[in-house]
Design a protein around this ligand. Structure first.
Ligand code: NAD
Ligand code: UDP
Length: 310
């Protein structure tokens, strides 16, 4: 039985990861400060004697004996990470330092939940791991993008300088059950708006693209990466290469929910990336991984979930 720490474990992705790790027979410690996560996301796991829930902020050091650490603590929705940008930087950077320091002391393996946002508003399409990105260091997204980029730098240097066993995953837009209804990200926004019969808010002209992966595919990729030999550190892209405009996404949601909601156009936020699609050749080659759930199937499951909570 492995002892595993999941920071940000009460969030959307973290809760699915904790669930899967428990199913595989591990001992899981879920650490969260509940900024965007909720106890509700993991309450069904509390009866399991191999699950522990800890209220803690990763900007302060944390001491525990574990074999593996998944570092997911960080708000992920632009609305939430821009709410307190200084705190977002601290969470990414100090959180990485604290988890790397812990991994170094106890000789644990540590995985960093990085992001496609390290590519910024990309000039290379699709994005390969070798691309350095196109990020505005003083824009509204910088607290998240640069925080995550600095975290990658810390991971790579703890590996080189201190032999810490690291893994870096660059996660592309992921959706599914347990996204917070007020999370502000596009998939949850459109579904909640459609189910409530409210206007569907497209920012800009809706021609910007994203590639959406279903949460179960991501969790599979994350665990596969953690289990690779120590010589493989990543970064590796994990995402679904299916690429859609926000207009196409809105039309899909309207059709699948059979709503009377109308599309309205609102201003495009500053520095909003125009296109995003992962090149997943490396994940295919090293992890034998590719996504299995297409957008229609994933959206159907997510819509079912939101029907039960909205
Ligand atoms: P989320 O907001 O649902 O989860 C983040 C969790 O971290 C929450 O439970 C929150 O309370 C917790 N947290 C935030 N600051 C903390 C702190 N200082 N100390 C302890 N806990 C803290 O978002 P998510 O979608 O589940 O994202 C999880 C991770 O994956 C994040 O690191 C995010 O950057 C990364 N990621 C997500 C996506 C995506 O599309 N969902 C894409 C790229 C990267
Ligand atoms: N978006 C939108 N309407 C919304 C929320 C988001 O049109 O109600 C757009 C947003 O401007 C961006 C895309 O959808 O172009 C994805 O936004 P999200 O916040 O989900 O993720 P990110 O921009 O971080 O990829």
């Amino acid at each position: 039985m492995k002892r595993i720490l999941v920071t940000g474990g009460a969030g959307f992705l973290g809760s699915h990861l904790c669930e899967r790790l428990l199913t595989e027979g591990n001992d899981v410690i879920c650490l969260d400060n509940y900024f965007t996560g909720q106890k509700k996301n993991v309450v069904h796991l509390l009866d399991n004697p191999y699950f522990e829930l800890v209220r803690h902020d990763v900007t302060s050091p944390y001491f525990v004996e574990v074999d593996e650490i998944y570092n997911l603590a960080c708000p992920a929705s632009p609305v939430h990470y821009q709410y307190n940008p200084i705190k977002t930087v601290k969470t990414s950077v100090m959180g990485a330092i604290n988890m790397l320091g812990l991994a170094k002391r106890i000789k644990a393996k540590v995985l960093q939940a990085s992001t496609s946002e390290v590519y910024g508003d990309p000039e290379q399409h699709p994005q390969q791991e070798s691309y350095w990105g196109h990020v505005n260091p003083i824009g509204p997204r910088a607290c998240y993008d640069e925080g995550k980029r600095c975290a990658e730098t810390l991971f790579v240097n703890y590996h080189k300088q201190n032999n810490v066993r690291i893994k870096i995953i660059r996660i592309f837009n992921t959706y599914g059950p347990r996204m917070h209804p007020n999370d502000g990200r596009v998939v949850s926004n459109f579904i909640v708006q459609a189910l409530k019969g409210k206007d569907i808010t497209i920012y800009g002209d809706g021609k910007q693209t994203r590639s959406f992966q279903y949460v179960d595919d991501l969790v599979e990729g994350m665990i596969r990466l953690m289990n690779t030999p120590d010589s493989f550190t990543g970064p590796v892209n994990i995402g679904n290469p299916g690429e859609f405009t926000m207009l196409e996404l809105a039309e899909k949601v309207i059709r699948m929910t059979n709503t009377k909601s109308k599309i309205v156009f609102q201003p495009l936020p500053a520095d909003d990336p125009m296109q995003r699609r992962p090149d997943i050749s490396l994940a295919k080659e090293v992890l034998g991984w590719e996504p299995k759930i297409n957008l229609d199937e994933g959206l159907a499951r997510t819509i079912d979930y939101f029907r039960s909570v909205v």
